[in-house]
Design a binder for this molecule. Sequence first.
Ligand SMILES: *Cc1c(COP(=O)(O)O)cnc(C)c1O
Length: 391
Amino acid sequence: MNYRISERAASLTPSLTLEIDAKAKRMKAEGQDVVGFGAGEPDFDTPQHIKDAAAAALAAGFTKYTPAAGIPELRQAIADKHRRENGIEYRPEQIVVSCGGKHACYNVILATCQPGDEVLIPSPYWLSYPEMVKLAGAIPVILPTTDRTEFKVTPAQLRSAITSRTRLFILNSPSNPTGTVYTPEEIRALGDVCVERGVLIMSDEIYEHLLYDGAVHRSVASFSRAHYEHTILVHGFAKAWSMTGWRLGWSAAPEPIARAIDAIQSHSTSNPTSFAQKGGVAALTGPQDHLKIWLAEFDRRRKYAWERLNRIPGISCVNARGAFYLFPNISGTGLKSMEFCQRLLESEKVAAVPGVAFGADDYIRISYATSMANLEKGLDRIEQFCRGLVG
Ligand SMILES: *Cc1c(COP(=O)(O)O)cnc(C)c1O
């Protein structure tokens, strides 16, 4: 049988990170002492009151289809959150609840991009963005940045990449994989360029609450009516409420775009899981005490890992002010990221993600969503590994 795979599917880059991840898991299963720095999720449990709300909904029989865009109560709670925390006015009809922030991103791209449209993506990027753009038949255009500018694109760089075919600019601050947080002034300036040139912005703000060193988050949609009208905001419950497995996220968009997203979703996944949505309501309307505790712990680990990394020969690391990742430069070791990570795993049993997966081959991604004891052990091993390379 000749199974012809669609061009759409064949155009995707298989996840490089999965290869290393699978190998790390295999080694662990064999009983080897592997330290994992690959995690893309908090190592804390979902707060109890959120789990209770979903369990109560399940017990009460809240187990049927809901409206495709989500239950009115949750769409309202999301609109209230944006008014309260971001100073942005959305009506519930502008909110679509999806099966994770990733699903929300995919819907936004499908709803706004046609074949041949160009989508501007700063690198290092979250690895799903270019693949989603390709699935929509559109063209990812990468705007490269380095650690010399803290991985920030400039307004001039953005302006010079815009053509008559540019449809969308993807902004992710705080960033996965670099932890970079743009200042409000920088966000406004990038937004100004998009407004001036009629380019939409997909602003992925899922790490909004994970900030350190006094960094502040300001949504690009909040600056003016024009910024608001050019922005589709994407968010979710995975990171600040540690709900990765719940599959719950949302988009907030101008109403015609929200209607298009709703239509796409109604013919693909339908609604996000009914009782998970009740957990989402509890997450947004309930106490937020957990966040302070998590942030203090993340911050302690971030400082420790950053200081250690910068003392390792061959490695330099700019500080991250958001999310739970560091993105050290490994070019001083003479290795590219894939070989570095493969050899690190084989010889020292430490799993990290090669930067090439995020479009940046001179770096690796270290997640500090793991215990302090693991961080100490893993960094000792990385140090030993690099001393062996650099001498
Ligand atoms: C984790 C993450 C998301 C969303 O993840 P879901 O689990 O689908 O909610 C979106 N964008 C970025 C950059 C992320 O790291």
